[in-house]
Structure formats: structure tokens, C-alpha cells
Ligand binder design. Structure first.
Ligand SMILES: [Zn+2]
Length: 373
């Protein structure tokens, strides 16, 4: 095991922030896989670091279990992590530009002519896949250079650095959390079948399209390659996996729970033949629910006031039962107003605050969900 440091920022005081890149190298052969796992790009979403801690502790003296390499980047956005307001972490947005930290990535191979060349030269899938990784790295480096010609833009270069670290990976896990949330995964449509092996309980299926987040930025090059090959009448199964992994709520770590989450990731890596065995005890999975992103609905506050979140995350809620109540002192005859669920739903997230003005996000729920066996 070794650690490399990459300077990410120089502050006004002249001090530096840096990334810690931890590499666990196992038995590397020609076809062995590389796994890239990062955590905490949103500054308040700290639980992924606890999972990385358990992965380090379980694997550092068991490197022979690894068929390939696992690269771990905890606290992947030091600038985001270090913005505090009182005791809270102001971690979701760049405080200077207002941009969401997980919407900074680039669709590097969009409209890339070289993909057509790869398709024309295609002999076998494994060789083409290797060529894609090489092309991706080159294009990221070129993009970094061109975007830095008038100095580095803080919203571009750091995130291209993360994309470059993941550019030769076969599996990418971007560890996040919700506000107050249950566990859930963002699953690209082409990985719907595979995703159950991660052992999470709630899966949101997203289209194979770019929406500026890390999972999409890493799987889109493969989607573009598949499309280029299709134009040459070659059927190509994407050999790459990428997920955003949501590890319950923000601001707090829970080392006990992180051990179970690390075990689920290791169980998946056994399925993917990256680990020969799970160094943790086998996790219990429980019910697994899926829904499409179009059925992932947000309830906004119909009025200001103090919200009582009647239904908890992970709960199944029936249509027309009370989802939340709002306490407001303007009308002494109606101090508390109940609000009902519009449809049957499964609660995934709710806001961390009861003090809400109208129009703020209260809940995120799955509708038209289904359970797998
Ligand atoms: Zn996040």
C-alpha cells in the first residue's frame, strides 16, 4: 500500500490543500481490473471516508486478495470540506461561484472523432477497451491544458484531475450521502441487472446520458464508444461500471455502519472478480427496490413554517396518508396543517431542517417502484 499526495489548491495564506491518493496493489495481470473509489466531493457528505477507512484496514495486510488494483481517494474535495458555517459544513456548493461541486465534470469524449477511428480499427473488445482508456487519459490531459491557458479555473481543473485518476479504471464508485436519507444507488440503465450485487436497498435508474456528475462523466466515454461501434455494426457490451453510492445522511460518520457498507462493496468486488474473497463477514441485503429517475419525485413546501416530517426515510407510504405537517402561527384556528402523499411512494431523503420557507425541498420519494426477488 502506498499514498501519493496531489496539491489541489494554494490558499491566500500560501498554504496548500492536497488529495491523498491511496493505492492498494494486488496481483496484477494483463486482464486484471482497476477500481477507483472517491468520497466526500460534497463537503458535508463524510460517511464515504469511514467506508474507505474500513477498506484500507481490511485490505492493507491482505493485498493478495486483490486481483488488480484499488485506488482510494478520501476527502476528494478539500476546498468543499473546509467551508464551515458555525458548526455546519457548507459543503454542497462552491461558496464563491455558487456551483454544485458534483456538477463540474466534463463529457470528455462527446463528438470525439477518434472514437470513429477506434471503431474502424476494432479487432476484439478487449483491445478496443484498452485503446479507449488511453484515448480518454490523453483527451483529459489535453482539456486540462487548454482550460489552463489563462490560468486554472477552480471549477474545472480539480474535477478533471479526479476524472484523470479514474480514467483507466474498470469500476468507479463515487461515495456521497443524502441530507437525511436511506441508502441508495444511482444506477446507469446499462447496469440495472448488475446493480443488485452491491446489496443496497434502493436503486434509481438513470438514463445513459450526461448530467455533469462523476458517475456519468466516467461512463459516458463507454456509451459513446458503444454508439460508434454500433455504427460499424459491432455489438459491444460495456465492460465498465460506475455508480454514485448514497450512504444515508450527511455531517456525521458512523464507523459501525461503515463496516457493513464496506462489506457490501467488497461482496460486489468478489462478484466482479476483483477480490477473491470478502475480508468482512457477509452482509445481509434485505429488500431491494428500483425506480426510474423520472419517477423520483420531490415534494416542495406548499407554505412556510415548521415542518414535522411524519414519515421517515426508507418508509413505504400509501397515497392520501399524511406525509408531513406544517406548524404556522398565522391562523390560531389552524396551527398545524397536514399534507398527504399524492401517490404511493417510498421515502428516500428529507430536508435536515424543520424551518422551511415555501418552495424549499422537503422530501424525495420513489414512485412506481418495484421490488426484486
Ligand atoms: Zn453528494
Amino acid at each position: 500500500m502506498k499514498m501519493e499526495k496531489l496539491i489541489t489548491n494554494e490558499l491566500g495564506s500560501g498554504d496548500n490543500f492536497s488529495l491523498k491518493i491511496i493505492k492498494l496493489q494486488g496481483i496484477c495481470e494483463d486482464n486484471s481490473k482497476k477500481v477507483y473509489i472517491q468520497a466526500n466531493v460534497h463537503g458535508a457528505e463524510v460517511q464515504g471516508n469511514a467506508v474507505i477507512y474500513h477498506l484500507i484496514e481490511a485490505l492493507r495486510n491482505n493485498l493478495s486478495l486483490i486481483q488488480g488494483e484499488i485506488v482510494l481517494v478520501p476527502q476528494a474535495n478539500p476546498l468543499g470540506s473546509n467551508q464551515k458555517v458555525g458548526t455546519w459544513t457548507y459543503g454542497r456548493f462552491n461558496p464563491i461561484t455558487g456551483d454544485n461541486w458534483n456538477r463540474m465534470y466534463k463529457d470528455v469524449l462527446k463528438n470525439e472523432e477518434a472514437l470513429n477511428t477506434l471503431a474502424k480499427e476494432h479487432k476484439d473488445d478487449a483491445t478496443t477497451s484498452k485503446k479507449l482508456k488511453k484515448l480518454l487519459k490523453e483527451k483529459i490531459q489535453a482539456m486540462k491544458q487548454s482550460l489552463s491557458s489563462y490560468g486554472p479555473n477552480e471549477n474545472s481543473i480539480h474535477f478533471l484531475n479526479l476524472q484523470e485518476l479514474a480514467s483507466d479504471a474498470d469500476i468507479v464508485l463515487d461515495l456521497h450521502t443524502g441530507p437525511i436519507a436511506t441508502n441508495y444507488l444511482y444506477v446507469p440503465a446499462f447496469l440495472e441487472e448488475e446493480s443488485k450485487h452491491l446489496g443496497f436497498n434502493h436503486m434509481l435508474i438513470i438514463p445513459n446520458e450526461f448530467g455533469t456528475a462523476m458517475d456519468e462523466a466516467t461512463f459516458m466515454p463507454w456509451v459513446h464508444l458503444q454508439k460508434a461501434l454500433k455504427e460499424h455494426e459491432i455489438d459491444y457490451k460495456i465492460p465498465f461500471s460506475s455508480y454514485t453510492v448514497e450512504l444515508e445522511g450527511e455531517e456525521l460518520i458512523d464507523l459501525e455502519r461503515a463496516k457493513i457498507e464496506a462489506s457490501k462493496i467488497c461482496q460486489y468486488l468478489v462478484y466482479k472478480k476483483v477480490l477473491t474473497k470478502n475480508p468482512f463477514s457477509t452482509p445481509t441485503v434485505g429488500d431491494q427496490y428500483y425506480c426510474h429517475l423520472k419517477d423520483y419525485k420531490t415534494y416542495y413546501a406548499p407554505r412556510g413554517g415548521l415542518v414535522n416530517y411524519t414519515k421517515k426515510v426508507g418508509e413505504l407510504v400509501k397515497k392520501d396518508t399524511t406525509l408531513f405537517e406544517i406548524l404556522n402561527f398565522n391562523d390560531l384556528d389552524n396551527l398545524v396543517t397536514p399534507y398527504k402523499a399524492y401517490k404511493d411512494c417510498l421515502v428516500i431523503n428529507h430536508n435536515t431542517s424543520s424551518n422551511i420557507r415555501d418552495g424549499m425541498e422537503l422530501y424525495q420519494v420513489m414512485e412506481n417502484y418495484w421490488k426484486i426477488d
